[in-house]
Design a protein around this ligand. Sequence first.
Ligand SMILES: *[C@@H]1O[C@H](CO)[C@@H](O)[C@H](O)[C@H]1NC(C)=O
Ligand SMILES: *[C@@H]1O[C@H](CO)[C@@H](O)[C@H](O)[C@H]1NC(C)=O
Ligand SMILES: *[C@@H]1O[C@H](CO)[C@@H](O)[C@H](O)[C@H]1NC(C)=O
Ligand SMILES: *[C@@H]1O[C@H](CO)[C@@H](O)[C@H](O)[C@H]1NC(C)=O
Ligand SMILES: *[C@@H]1O[C@H](CO)[C@@H](O)[C@H](O)[C@H]1NC(C)=O
Ligand SMILES: *[C@@H]1O[C@H](CO)[C@@H](O)[C@H](O)[C@H]1NC(C)=O
Ligand SMILES: *[C@@H]1O[C@H](CO)[C@@H](O)[C@H](O)[C@H]1NC(C)=O
Ligand SMILES: *[C@@H]1O[C@H](CO)[C@@H](O)[C@H](O)[C@H]1NC(C)=O
Ligand SMILES: *[C@@H]1O[C@H](CO)[C@@H](O)[C@H](O)[C@H]1NC(C)=O
Ligand SMILES: *[C@@H]1O[C@H](CO)[C@@H](O)[C@H](O)[C@H]1NC(C)=O
Ligand SMILES: *[C@@H]1O[C@H](CO)[C@@H](O)[C@H](O)[C@H]1NC(C)=O
Ligand SMILES: *[C@@H]1O[C@H](CO)[C@@H](O)[C@H](O)[C@H]1NC(C)=O
Length: 466
Amino acid sequence: MPLSEMSRLLPKDRKLRKWVITVLIITFLLVASLMIYSVIQIALHLFRLLFKNLSLFMSTVEGNYTQVNTTIPYENEYVNTGGAMNLTTGVFRAPIAGTYVFNFNAPRYSSDQNVPLCLNVRMDLNNLPVANGPICGYSYEKWTEASLVAVLDLKQNDTVGVYLQQGEIRGDYSVRSNHSHTHFTGFLMYEKSAFHAFRTNDSFASRRNDTVPFHGVNTNVGSNFDLETSTFTAPINGTYYFQFIGSSSTTTDVNLQKNDVELMGYGYTRSMHWGSAGFHSLWQLQEGDKVCTKLAMGKLEEASKESKITNLVGFLVAEEEYDSFNTSVYFHVARTSGLYAGNNNKLVVNYTVVHSNEGDGMNAASGIFKAPQPGIYAFHFTAHKGTGYISPMDSCSTVIQMHNNLTIGVGSNCDMTYSAPIFFHSILHLEIDDEIKMVMTEGDMMGADHYNESARFSGYLIYPDE
Ligand SMILES: *[C@@H]1O[C@H](CO)[C@@H](O)[C@H](O)[C@H]1NC(C)=O
Ligand SMILES: *[C@@H]1O[C@H](CO)[C@@H](O)[C@H](O)[C@H]1NC(C)=O
Ligand SMILES: *[C@@H]1O[C@H](CO)[C@@H](O)[C@H](O)[C@H]1NC(C)=O
Ligand SMILES: *[C@@H]1O[C@H](CO)[C@@H](O)[C@H](O)[C@H]1NC(C)=O
Ligand SMILES: *[C@@H]1O[C@H](CO)[C@@H](O)[C@H](O)[C@H]1NC(C)=O
Ligand SMILES: *[C@@H]1O[C@H](CO)[C@@H](O)[C@H](O)[C@H]1NC(C)=O
Ligand SMILES: *[C@@H]1O[C@H](CO)[C@@H](O)[C@H](O)[C@H]1NC(C)=O
Ligand SMILES: *[C@@H]1O[C@H](CO)[C@@H](O)[C@H](O)[C@H]1NC(C)=O
Ligand SMILES: *[C@@H]1O[C@H](CO)[C@@H](O)[C@H](O)[C@H]1NC(C)=O
Ligand SMILES: *[C@@H]1O[C@H](CO)[C@@H](O)[C@H](O)[C@H]1NC(C)=O
Ligand SMILES: *[C@@H]1O[C@H](CO)[C@@H](O)[C@H](O)[C@H]1NC(C)=O
Ligand SMILES: *[C@@H]1O[C@H](CO)[C@@H](O)[C@H](O)[C@H]1NC(C)=O
């Protein structure tokens, strides 16, 4: 209908005519914005579906692995959507371009005195080093875990693998559990804000709670990490995940701090050799909140410019604003007192502090997470070995993760100097009401004051089932 004809349909009265036109314009704007909103929601939905069918894995090593200068292969997998992770070669090949999150843990072990007392694993991107995770012990049979984390922007067909640079990886632990300690996980994330910063400089020591300086970034989606100040600024209200890995041969405390006042996470090492001061955290931030790592005590080591040992990663897990697909499920709980399992007891780890529990999946008192929605979840656990349990054999402190009645894997520290945290990272597909818990099977866990919260457990839904 031509415009001239349309205008004939409008009332003759000029005032009324103006009014009708205004109403028409407002209606048009409303309909248009609703349509735009729906299109965006549908696009987001398709985007998530696409992710779901693509890329995600969690694989484990079972036997001992001793072949230095090779990429570590795996024997088992829990999830491997799209088959992007090749267990035989140990190499992940990106099926599409995007930002991926990787975690790797393996226990250092030496079969005899001739093997070096250090384990050094290295993450490679297209066969070039990205990050190193060294850990050392002072006794050949005591073991502690090496840890690596990376957030990487990958192009299609880029490859990521973990290389054994030095030492030996202990596979099973046949006395009390035959479950794997070595895990490699990765997933393609919903990219809105993500960073991975690393240090390349000489070791960093501080006496004044200085901000840990970083020298480069592997990834900086949204440019929210400022290298100059080594500070992350939250771009929107939401829930963010952070993980720090650093090594030291002296008593070292590292804090993750919000706006210079609020402690969001804490890691430490108390060792005479290279221990790892790693930890993770999941925190609700408001737009403009500033997050940085502070060295409260001690020193962070660097071996050389090539081995990037100190790494800080962070990314947005959930936006605060209303989510029409109700996909927000996440939790972060912590324990402040120690836990003593002694010789082969089984204690479910429960928690005294609830930082967040969106979706009400986590029951802190029982320590059990029950999936409120089916989908693929990431879980992160960090704790420290205590000093109360001494056994004639090995004084290990061990936690296992259980999915319903199935043991997913093990995290341990068997070094009396409690130099390394007990780590556990997993990526699992859960049905509704599936249960996840951490169980302490031996040894003891270090207590902490309310402020420090050294044992923490967090999880979030990555891709909901549709
Ligand atoms: C591993 O590679 C390094 C550097 O190329 C070399 O010095 C070392 O001898 C190799 N070790 C083994 C066991 O092949
Ligand atoms: C893994 O890689 C090896 C060597 O390239 C190849 O022979 C094998 O078919 C691959 N496995 C899968 C499941 O793609
Ligand atoms: C791994 O090495 C340890 C120590 O040498 C040994 O006791 C154990 O049997 C080995 N495990 C396997 C599966 O070979
Ligand atoms: C990635 O590999 C696939 C299969 O080998 C190939 O079809 C595709 O073109 C490659 N993509 C890029 C960006 O190289
Ligand atoms: C682990 O496996 C070994 C050999 O298969 C077996 O002797 C041992 O009893 C198993 N340990 C546990 C706790 O299942
Ligand atoms: C190394 O770090 C120190 C202090 O963090 C700084 O003064 C120095 O300029 C840095 N050197 C390089 C090469 O970045
Ligand atoms: C972010 O959260 C703060 C505090 O709850 C609120 O005042 C502010 O409006 C929020 N910003 C947005 C963009 O929602
Ligand atoms: C560093 O900060 C922490 C927490 O704010 C405080 O407990 C500690 O005493 C400070 N250390 C120094 C050396 O100022
Ligand atoms: C999302 O959750 C809220 C509160 O739990 C509920 O009121 C709402 O109906 C849900 N929306 C959808 C689309 O399921
Ligand atoms: C944690 O579990 C123990 C029993 O294992 C129980 O005594 C304690 O009250 C629980 N803690 C909380 C905070 O519920
Ligand atoms: C888990 O084990 C308990 C008792 O050990 C049993 O009652 C329950 O049915 C088992 N659950 C599953 C899912 O196998
Ligand atoms: C945190 O714990 C460490 C080790 O137990 C202790 O030295 C430090 O004082 C604690 N920090 C605070 C702020 O309580």
